[in-house]
Design a protein around this ligand. Structure first.
Ligand SMILES: Nc1nc2c(c(=O)[nH]1)N[C@@H](CN(C=O)c1ccc(C(=O)N[C@@H](CCC(=O)O)C(=O)O)cc1)CN2
Length: 284
């Protein structure tokens, strides 16, 4: 029997509808949530993601502004732009699209975003608060995965979650969020020896390693929930995840497809965080 598909497009749309209602309420109070999207350089994939983010904002009545800077922008110029956005009252969320050109230090740039506008949840203060379980903006991709599990009725407490990948924006926070919901969490990565001996123990397997079709049937326990965070191109330039879907389908109880699984949730949770940031300004 095939695995149940966790449909990120459908779940994302349901959440976006609820976020759109919150935008209407804010506008009734004279406040339009505003997102600034900063894109540096000519990365084509980044340009597409940024366009999608702006379209998604418009679709639910939010304001978005694109700050498009050339590849040769200096770090100082970029930091000055962020400082200006930090001051603007019509901008509630700021995101700097990653990756940045090599001559710019991502950590320094992210740390410059005001924490109350850090809707990507990447700044050291946001990450620290998340680790402590304090209220803050959660990074959009792991936050989206938590929503996928919740909307699919998947129990987390007491389950063994195995994360493959240890990036700052997905793997590390993912483990923390699952831990906060009482999962037992194991972190693994591309250099873990005998990886299948770990992944085979997973009730919930999160693949966030960034390698096309890396997770095969030998990695997956019968009945596991498999969440594929990867966005890769295969040898035929076709979009694919970190999980070999054809092999794992039928072994997992539930699986996310690529495209249409985790990806749409990343933008959904960005909208969610930006509306929250706007609401927070009224609560002050
Ligand atoms: N500042 C940030 N930079 C980056 C982030 C991020 O969360 N914040 N994440 C990724 C890219 N990303 C958003 O920026 C992103 C990637 C993929 C998708 C998505 O919807 N994917 C679709 C397929 C899209 C396609 O056809 O190419 C899917 O999986 O269905 C959304 C957002 C790195 N940078």
């Amino acid at each position: 029997m095939s695995s149940a598909i966790i449909n990120g497009k459908e779940i994302g749309q349901e959440i976006r509808n609820a976020v759109a209602e919150r935008v209407i309420r804010l506008k009734e109070r004279g406040l339009t949530p505003g997102l600034a999207v900063v894109l540096v350089g000519d990365n084509q994939a980044s340009a597409t993601y940024v366009r999608n983010k702006q379209k998604s904002c418009e679709a639910i009545g939010m304001f978005s502004e694109l700050i498009k800077l050339p590849e040769e922008t200096t770090q100082e110029e970029l930091l000055a732009q962020i400082e200006l956005l930090n001051q603007r009252e019509d901008i509630h969320g700021i995101l700097v699209q990653l990756p940045l050109p090599k001559h710019i230090d991502e950590d320094t740039v992210i740390a410059t975003i005001a924490v109350e506008k850090d809707v990507d949840g990447f700044s050291p203060v946001s990450v620290g608060k998340m680790m402590l379980g304090q209220e803050t903006f959660l990074p959009c991709t792991p936050f989206g995965v938590m929503k996928l599990l919740e909307y699919s009725g998947i129990e987390i407490a007491g389950k063994h979650a195995v994360i493959v990948g240890r990036s700052h924006i997905v793997g590390k926070p993912m483990g923390q969020l699952l831990l906060q919901k009482d999962a037992t969490v194991t972190y693994t990565h591309s250099k873990t020896p005998d990886l299948p001996s770990f992944t085979k123990q997973a009730d919930i397997l999160i693949a966030a390693v960034g390698r096309a079709n890396f997770i095969t049937k030998e990695h997956v326990k019968e009945g596991a929930v498999v969440i594929d965070v990867g966005i890769n191109r295969d040898d035929n330039n076709k979009l694919c995840g970190d999980v070999n879907f054809a092999e794992v389908d039928g072994i997992a109880s539930h699986i996310t497809p690529v495209p249409g699984g985790v990806g749409p949730m990343t933008i959904t949770m960005l909208l969610f965080n930006t509306v929250q940031a706007a609401e927070n300004t009224l609560a002050k």
